[in-house]
Design a protein around this ligand. Sequence first.
Ligand code: PMP
Length: 363
Amino acid sequence: MMFEPFWKKMSDKYNVTIGGGDLMSYFSDGNNVCWFLEPKLGAAIRRLHGVVGNAVTDDRYIVVGTGSSQLFQALLYAFTTLGGPEPVSVVSSAPYYSAYAEVVGFLRSELYKWEGDAYKFNKKGAYIEVVNSPNNPDGTLREAVVMNRTGNGNGKLIYDFAYYWPQFTAITGVADYDNMLFTISKCTGHAGSRIGWALVKDKDIAKKMTEYITISSIGVSKESQFRAAKIIEVVCNGSQNVGSVKSENFFEYGRKILSERWQKLRETIQNSEYLILSKYPQGHCLFSGKLVETLSAYAWLESKDDTKDCNEFLRGLKIIGKSGKICGAHQKFARVNLMCREEEFNQFIERLSATRGKGVING
Ligand code: PMP
């Protein structure tokens, strides 16, 4: 919702009109492995990665999903569908995005099972490691860890690049991995459209993913794909100054809003008796050509007192966060979403400020 003012201001440009007889078929392109991917969206996605320079799309299949959440499940299925005597272990280094644990455990599958922190994983045999960079919840840049730590080469990797966009981080290189996930939810903010995409190197994996989505939802909403294609196209035009003025660069806008929020937050926490806020490194951004810092979508807050529960402390201030515990971390950490509307963010800052000088921490 943080990006809503940008889209409201330019609403007309991004409007799409869908007639009563449009987009009726299940099918979009029978010649494509992902037969329900709208060609317009496929082209827009390839263009977007070209413009931003954050991932290769050559020699990659695009699989579209109902959010990247569905594609994560499709990848789990694709990696494990042949089955084996034991469920395949799924790990991610802590603190991790709590939904990984939920999604993996939800159906008590015999194909895979959640094994938590990649730093603690020591089993032999097949595993899947999810690498989320920049990472939700703590904003750090991540690499795969199990192979380097244990030498176990039986791993499959899923790169979740939900936040690898210039408003959140320096684009330091063109990601070139076999299985990469992206989502419009974080790229442009249109989470309600439920559009994500996977860039997949191996045709058989792309086919299996397509099979999963065919069985679970017979494709992905055409209306959403159509709208996403339009949004992405205009974002690309704005970034390349095609038929628009400089102020319409969405990624610059996003970075500006986030950097103002981070500045306010740092000023507020700076003298806090109770909380610490992590620092992020700067990187040279290939997209903007500038040295920029990570502007995480989340504040990863830490209680100064190790024995205190940070989320409980926030709750006492009427701030709803997520406990570090459900992200595989200590309860002295908590995550607060910064991508909210401006009024909410300002209230968050006000409520945090109210702790200054008072002995409030007791959670
Ligand atoms: N991965 C990460 C790291 C996320 O934070 C989120 C959303 N919170 C998702 C995936 C899911 O995004 P989508 O809306 O595309 O399902």
